[in-house]
Ligand binder design. Structure first.
Ligand code: CDT
Length: 308
């Protein structure tokens, strides 16, 4: 199946006081809604089960770990989401905090097929922010403190063609700003890139310089649009957004075509499902012409980008 409907599930804020069960209930409702609209795949944001906790300096490891899923994610509190997937025949991608049996903490994304089965896992490679809290800022960005570096790299997955016949790459939030990550997937023939983000609306750099919401939205859109074009792929990029525990996260979830054009973009700053009918064969033109990598790339000249 090359033509299908895809859903981008933008989430409004999730307070730190919201029990995970409640959040999973909401995600199930939104997945049902996507299934009601005949979507084959629904894309949820980064860290979709909780508040964006890296904004706080948390000393208690027990408290930090409470944000993480331990062990088999299909069996715990998130199980109902897998059940909806199976019952309704809809796949989904989900971002969550993963704590492995050997004590590693990852910012993780999974792709689940239309039978409720995990078919791909990705762990965030570009962890933004700092490992130590900074003085004088209202909200931290401590992903480098709470997460281990993703150890999987950029491995595209070919999905079951009877569900969707796609070559999928998963990126998580800050990864979308790194062309190298997209290109690693592009080189494997990616025709569908899935990304979720938690991005603060306003930022004051520790070193001076302000970024307002409009500029931040522009950069986010630009990253998705440009890299979709450069790799001739569809891309879905979805936000967790709104005023979350006092910090404003930007919205702007969108679905982009392989020409880098926005097909649809969220209008609100809360829960909102955006839909698009896509035809993955629209990626063929770019892949066989302008971005036919086998004919036009010059990898022998690119060694600098993989030097330390
Ligand atoms: N979650 C995440 O990766 N957010 C980053 C913020 C970077 S600001 C230091 C992003 O790239 O959107």
């Amino acid at each position: 199946v090359r033509k299908f409907k895809i859903a981008g599930v933008q989430l409004g804020p999730i307070s730190k006081n919201t029990p995970k069960e409640k959040t999973v209930e909401k995600l199930c409702r939104l997945l049902e809604h996507a299934a009601d609209h005949q979507a084959s795949l629904a894309v949820f944001p980064e860290l979709a089960l909780s508040s964006f906790f890296p904004r706080w300096y948390i000393e208690s490891q027990e408290e930090i770990d409470s944000y993480f899923e331990i062990g088999d994610i299909t069996a715990g509190v998130v199980k109902p989401l897998f059940e909806v997937s199976k019952a309704r025949g809809i796949g989904f991608s989900l971002g969550y905090a993963e704590l492995t049996d050997d004590g590693k903490h990852y910012n993780t994304g999974i792709l689940v097929n239309n039978k409720g089965k995990i078919v791909q896992k990705y762990r965030k490679s570009h962890l933004p922010g700092f490992s130590e809290p900074a003085d004088g800022i209202a909200f931290q960005q401590l992903e480098k403190r709470y997460f281990d570096q993703g150890d999987i790299g950029f491995k595209a997955v070919k999905t079951d063609p009877e569900w969707i016949d796609a070559t999928v790459g998963i990126l998580i939030c800050n990864d979308r700003r790194w062309p190298e990550a997209w290109r690693c997937y592009g080189l494997q023939g990616m025709d569908l890139c899935l990304n979720g983000y938690n991005t603060a609306s306003n930022g004051t750099s520790l070193f001076g310089g302000e970024e307002n919401k409009a500029l931040r939205l522009y950069h986010s859109d630009l990253s998705t649009k440009a890299n979709a074009y450069f790799n001739s792929t569809f891309a879905v990029s979805v936000a967790k957004c709104g005023l979350e525990d006092g910090q404003e996260l930007m919205a702007g979830s969108l679905i982009v075509d392989p020409n880098g054009r926005v097909i649809v973009q969220a209008k609100t700053e809360g829960d909102e499902v955006i839909f698009s009918d896509i035809d993955l064969d629209e990626t063929i033109n770019g892949k066989t012409k302008m971005f036919d990598f086998s004919r036009h790339r010059r990898p022998e000249l690119y060694s600098r980008i993989v030097e330390q």
